[in-house]
Write a protein that binds this ligand. Structure first.
Ligand SMILES: [Zn+2]
Length: 332
């Protein structure tokens, strides 16, 4: 079975001097990797979007775009006249590849889309995000009969929108690593006491990098996933946790991205017949996005990654006490 990817580059969703720009994807090299195929996709339908977002929010966004270009929040999040259609295309590109994985037409998948999604809340766009692509794909899978879905979010920012969409849904889990004390300000370890073992936040000090992420994925995420037992893993794949990202201060390298993505593919193999879908979130240096996408492709296909040497020079903070606190909080 082939691994698949979909691409929505959204060239007309752009705003002067904004970091969430089409140029983010300029260095992507989608030339053939063995075992990888491009999928064709169609736009999401309103009913699909409405699994996460209110009708009022959807209508308001459509109206804001029709009157665009405009800034619609303080992040700042922008829209253009084409953004509504591009956001439907992006959500559709996530839905279609997820459905292909669930039908066993694809081994696993990566939706490389803009705009990103994980800050978009049920009732408002937010943080460069219009529709919450990963949450929409995850709740669609639940509607298709998957018992439980887990979104794993390794973007440098907390996915407040995904957390909010899943807040009271026992079939939808959320695990996030993110830099503490940066946008959007949520994602504290003890933030969701009603959902221990299901909504799990691991805030990180600046410069946490490859070693910290490997420890967290082994000692915090692995037992959490084994206890939650998802039938599908959706990954909010943000490449702004790379040490060279202009907006944040985490410390992953391309090698680190490959390592955690490979771990997720292995966990999907153990727990959900290999069913895993990666969805692009942030990442504001085109080199990091291109290298990160390739690292994920190699993890998906089980091939050897190109040896990109870009390790962070920073010493990493000690996160062992946080790992213990995380396990205790979630009863692992
Ligand atoms: Zn981010």
């Amino acid at each position: 079975m082939k691994s698949v990817y979909s691409v929505v580059p959204g060239p007309k969703h752009k705003f002067p001097d904004h970091p969430e720009s089409p140029e983010r994807l300029d260095l992507l090299n989608l030339a053939a990797i063995d075992g990888l195929e491009k999928a064709t996709c169609s736009p999401a339908k309103i009913d699909d979007i409405a699994r996460v977002h209110t009708n009022r929010m959807i209508e308001q966004l459509e109206m804001d775009c029709r009157q665009g270009p405009a800034i619609i929040d303080h992040a700042p999040t922008y829209v253009t006249r084409e953004s509504y259609q591009i956001a439907l295309d992006a959500a559709g590109a996530c839905l279609d590849v997820t459905r292909a994985v669930l039908r066993r037409d694809a081994r696993n998948a990566f939706a490389i889309v803009r705009p990103p999604g994980h800050h978009a809340e049920p009732d408002r766009p937010m943080g460069f995000c219009l529709f919450n692509n990963a949450a929409i794909a995850a709740l669609d899978a639940v509607a298709m009969g998957v018992e439980r879905v887990m979104v794993v979010d390794y973007d440098a920012h907390h996915g407040n929108g995904t957390q909010k969409a899943f807040w009271n849904n026992p079939r939808a889990g959320y695990f996030s690593t993110h830099q503490e004390n940066i946008y959007p300000g949520s994602g504290w370890m003890e933030e969701a006491p009603q959902a221990r073992g299901r909504i799990a936040n691991f805030p990180l000090p600046a410069y946490s990098g490859d070693a910290s992420f490997n420890i967290i994925f082994e000692q915090a995420l692995t037992p959490l996933l084994h206890a939650f037992k998802p039938g599908l893993i959706v990954v909010s794949a943000g490449f702004d946790a790379h040490w060279r990202d202009p907006l944040t201060s985490l410390g992953l390298s391309t090698h680190g991205y490959h390592s955690i993505s490979k771990k997720l593919v292995e966990l999907a193999g153990e727990l959900c017949q290999g069913q895993i879908v990666f969805v692009l979130e942030g990442g504001y240096d085109p080199h990091n996005v291109a290298n990160g996408v390739h690292a994920v492709f190699h993890a998906m296909t089980g091939s050897e990654p190109t040896n990109v040497q870009d390790a962070s020079g920073h010493a990493e903070p000690d996160i062992s006490k946080r790992v213990q606190a995380f396990r205790k909080w979630h009863g692992l």
